[in-house]
Every structure is written in C-alpha cells, then in structure tokens.
Write a protein that binds this ligand. Sequence first.
Ligand code: SOE
Length: 387
Amino acid sequence: MKEIKIGLIGYKFMGKAHSFAYKNVSLFFDLPIKPVMKVICGRTEKAVIQAKEKFGWLEYETDWRKVVEREDIDMIDIATPPNTHKEIAIEAAKNGKIVFCEKPLTTNLKDAYEMLEIVEKYKVKHAICFNYRKLPAIGLAKKLIDEGKIGKIYHMRAVYLQDWIVDPDFPLVWRLQKSIAGSGAHGDLNAHLIDMARYLIGEFDEVIGMSETFIKERPVLKEKEELETGLVYTEKGEEKGIVDVDDATIFLVKFKNGAIGSFEATRFALGRKNYQFFEINGSKGSIIFNLERLNELKFYSLEDPAYSQGFRTIIATDASHPYAGNWWPAGHIIGYGESFVNMVADILNSIAKDENPVPNFYDGVKCQEVLESVEISIKEKRWVKVK
Ligand code: SOE
C-alpha cells in the first residue's frame, strides 16, 4: 500500500482536528494510499512533544523549515495562524510537497494570489480546509440544488455566531490581532459562509458591508504561548492592548446568478457557541442547515402535494448521502471532527488519482477576494464589485 507521509505544522485546535482526521480516516475509508503521521511541528518544544505523544505522531520538530525540506515528507499540512500560511506554503511548494492549508488561506488578497501562483508554478497539489463542505448534510444540499430540486435560487441568508469574547477581560489572543489573523470574525467565520455559498450557489458579484469592534482594548496575554484553541485562557496580564480587528462583520451580496444574500459573523452573540446556520430559498423549494444539528437538512418542496407541503427534516446518515456510507449504520450520527476525516479522505483519494483536491488554493483566493471586497466596501461605504 502506497504511503503518504505527513508533516503537520501546528499542534493546537486545528492541529488536533487534523491529527484526529489522519488517525481515523483508515478506519472508515478504504483508501488507495495510507497517511503516515510522520512529524508534528510547533515552536514550543515541551508542548509539541506532548502533542506528538497524545495525537500519535512518530516524530516532532520545532523548526518548520526543517520539516518542509525533508525528503521523507510528501505533504505539508499548515494548521497555524493565517500570517504564517504564505511563507510555509511557498517553501513547501518549492520543496515539491503537497500543501494542505487551513482557512483562511492567508491574511490578505495579494498574498493569496502569490500562494496560488507558486503552487501552480511548482506544480504541487494544494488543498484548503473548508471542512464544512464535507458534511453529509451539505453534500445532500449540493445534490438537491444541482438536481434543480429547489429551482432558481433567490436568497441565501447565513450566520456564523459565536460568543467567546463577550467578556471584556478576555485577553488579546492571536485571533484578535490583525497582524496574525488578518481580520477578526470576518476572516475566521464569514470565510466559511463565503465558501459554503460559492459551493452551493456560485460566485459573488457585488458586496456591501459593515463591521464593529465592540470592545476596543483588552488585557495582553501574560504568557507567550496561548492555550490550546486560543478560545480559552487562564490568567490575563495588567497591560492593555488595542483590538485592531472586527468583532462582528455583516454584509449583503448580489450573486452573479441573480440571487441575493445576507451574511453575518460575530463573536458577540451571547449563547451562540459555534452557531452556523443558513437558509437557501429557490423557486421550487428551500433548504435549511444548522451546524448545531449537523446531521440534518431541512427541505421544503413545492413538488409535494399541497396538503403535505412543509419543511421535512432529512437525517443525512444513509448510505445514499455523501460520506455517510463510510460511517455508521443509518441514524448513528456523526460530529464536528468527522468533517475533517471526510476532508482528508477526499484529499487522499484525489492524490491517489493524481488529481488536485477540491477545495483548493483557487477556492482560498476566491474567498479572499470576497473577504477583501467587503473590507473595501466598509472603508468606502459603497457597493464593491468582487474581482
Ligand atoms: C474559531 O472561530 C473556530 O475555531 C474557527 O477558526 C474554525 O474554523 C471553526 O470551525 C470553529 O471555530
């Protein structure tokens, strides 16, 4: 069995999610190639050794440059904050490695273009981790839309709501620093909604947005290293730092195919922990997805006889639903982590067929184009045509 040796850069929240995927993918998918969890890399030796032991990697490294140069590594998986993505991806591509990168692709559009140009120049396969595409319920939504079951699409309204920074004493973690994250809720959460809309509806034509930073300064983190996900913290320092990213960004869109939409990302929706919800309305039907009930898709069809029309709830765990046949018998539901397993299965299958995985850096660039067009519209208070 051909092996593909992975070098994972990053060992916190996404490092754990990706490790979970590599560790479990062979249990559920009959793959033509086997992933080998070769080396995990992180700056803090003590912490990355713990991650190596806990997640089941063969080796650890504290210098990503050494990992990307290793002859015995086939794929570099970038699970670090967005400001590091470009440099690592470019070096990995120059060393002929397959590059799998977390979202958003990077912190700005110019760098996104450069990353796509480099992976194409060095002819390496590339992928981006918009993991929610890989849920069976989303695959079902795509199937219903592509089969014309909801007809011509008029609307998409989508929200991605969290509440982990409502506490003014929550410290200035990396997700709240423009130089590291690129933006706040916008690039972190609207990025997922934009990719979902591109996958299910199509390309964005024009956007106009608004954003707000409700809490303008926060305690600076005392210790250098943040806790595992950056979403929790132990102690805060006395010194305060300026928050230079959005706490919430809302925008409107006109799609190229005539549909219109509203998108909202915030970290101030108290009570909403990771609430991604969207509804798509068409001429013949509607669909509703709610990440808190991620095995389900609600579907309304005009094709049902009038007396029985209504939103039905489909539990997407049947073998006829994408990926679901690889998991448990119908009705035995899956969770958040399995979206990463399905993502890795798709990447490995694409590599085995010598095809480029989808979604990939092209999708990362298209997402970044929308992200940046919204930011321009906010600055200039006008509709902006997406490139
Ligand atoms: C934090 O907002 C976060 O970890 C995102 O960065 C992930 O992409 C999302 O899947 C869960 O929430």
